[in-house]
Design a protein around this ligand. Structure first.
Ligand SMILES: *Cc1c(COP(=O)(O)O)cnc(C)c1O
Length: 372
């Protein structure tokens, strides 16, 4: 037990208090103009986020899940189509495939980076495969070039799930501007979070972005003209206004996250039972999460909790072994790297405002666990 102030896994209060005045001003503006749906803040944010991602265009939607679902539908996913995705991710990545009418084909991850393994993707491509969905997990871009090559070779599309990696770069290129489409979430805890729900699709092809734009708005191309059915999936104007304010700080926040990660690396080095996150040479990692791995994960987590330190599990049950996918008939051991990651991963506190002394306290607590 400790009398020191607890260290939360995530602090969502401080960054918003620091921006209280502009955020409240944005709310007041919305109140006075009653521009609640669409309008200049949605269009402004779409422009600014496209520029930030170095993408040609951006369409704001209601969530990261909508972003993924609309991307898959816009790309024409139909019943019987197979889409390859990692099993070590949040279920939104793959439920969107199913909801678009396709079938998920789970593959394993690379043991060093924890992102989709291009060799596993190659082995999984079959006559029904239409696309690949790399997830830039924890803030680290997946290895895109081998996937783009496979896609070219087999006539597939690549959609990036960039929900955890706003601002990350792959060989100098911003995520979201590498595949056919990029999908972002603005769930509050993400590197760029709204004050509720939000998401975006980025890309370079006007026709695809236009298809996503129609899908978010009941399939309509102009008022009450519906060439297809769609969804109610718009980005709220008030969230767009909040996001414009927060986007201006994203690079600074990501730099803070990278500094926190460097402190962790220095403070946690040399513990034999512990694997620290590995940054691939092609990646600029933006540390949505700082995930360590150890076979003693559960006991370490309990120890940290006793010391007043928050932590998280991303993700403890791999998707291919979830009840939701039981019909696929996967057995334990079918995706061994994923299953080991699920058993060993532990997300330590990570947020831009974290101080060096807080990182030091987390590291001391980890060290004291392995000494005992
Ligand atoms: C958060 C997240 C999503 C879903 O985003 P929502 O905005 O919550 O719908 C999708 N994929 C990944 C990898 C995520 O982390």
């Amino acid at each position: 037990m400790t009398s020191a102030t607890p260290i939360p896994f995530l602090d969502l209060v401080r960054p918003h208090l620091a921006l209280e005045e502009p955020l409240v001003a944005a709310f007041r503006r919305a109140l006075r103009t009653a521009q609640f749906v669409g309008g200049p803040d949605v269009e402004g944010f779409e422009r600014e986020f496209a520029t930030y991602c170095e993408a040609q265009g951006c369409v704001g939607v209601n969530s990261g899940t909508d972003a993924l679902r609309f991307a898959f539908i816009a790309l024409g996913v139909r019943s019987g189509d197979e889409v390859i995705a990692p099993a070590h991710t949040f279920i939104a990545t793959t439920e969107a495939i199913t909801q678009a009418g396709g079938t998920v084909r789970f593959v394993d991850i690379d043991d060093r980076t924890m992102t989709i393994d291009p060799a596993a993707v190659r082995a999984a491509i079959g006559p029904r495969t239409v696309g690949i969905v790399p997830v830039h997990l924890y803030g680290q871009p997946a290895d895109m070039d081998p996937l783009l090559e496979l896609a070219k070779e087999h006539g597939l599309w690549v959609v990036e799930d960039a929900a955890q990696a706003h601002g990350g770069r792959y060989k100098g290129r911003r995520v979201g501007a590498i595949g056919r489409l990029g999908c972002f979430s603005f769930y509050p805890g993400k590197n760029l979070g709204s004050l509720g729900e939000g998401g975006a699709v980025t890309g370079a092809e006007p026709a695809l972005l236009e298809a996503v734009r129609r899908l978010r708005e009941h399939g309509q191309s102009s008022k009450y003209v519906h060439d297809t059915e769609g969804y109610n999936g718009r980005l709220h104007a008030i969230q767009a206004a909040f996001l414009r304010i927060k986007l201006a700080h994203l690079d600074e926040w990501n730099a803070c996250r990278q500094r926190v990660a460097a402190w962790y690396r220095a403070a946690l080095g040399g513990i034999p039972e512990l694997v620290l996150p590995e940054v691939a040479p092609y990646a600029e990692h933006v540390y949505h999460l700082y995930v360590i791995r150890t076979p003693a994960r559960d006991a370490l987590r309990e120890h940290l909790q006793k010391e007043g330190i928050g932590s998280g599990l991303h993700y403890p049950v791999p998707l291919h072994l979830q009840q939701a996918y039981a019909a696929q008939g996967h057995k334990k051991g079918s995706l061994p790297v994923t299953e080991r990651a699920a058993a060993q991963c532990l997300s330590l506190p990570m947020f831009p405002e974290m101080s060096e002394s807080q990182v030091g306290r987390v590291a001391d607590a980890v060290r004291s666990f392995f000494r005992a």
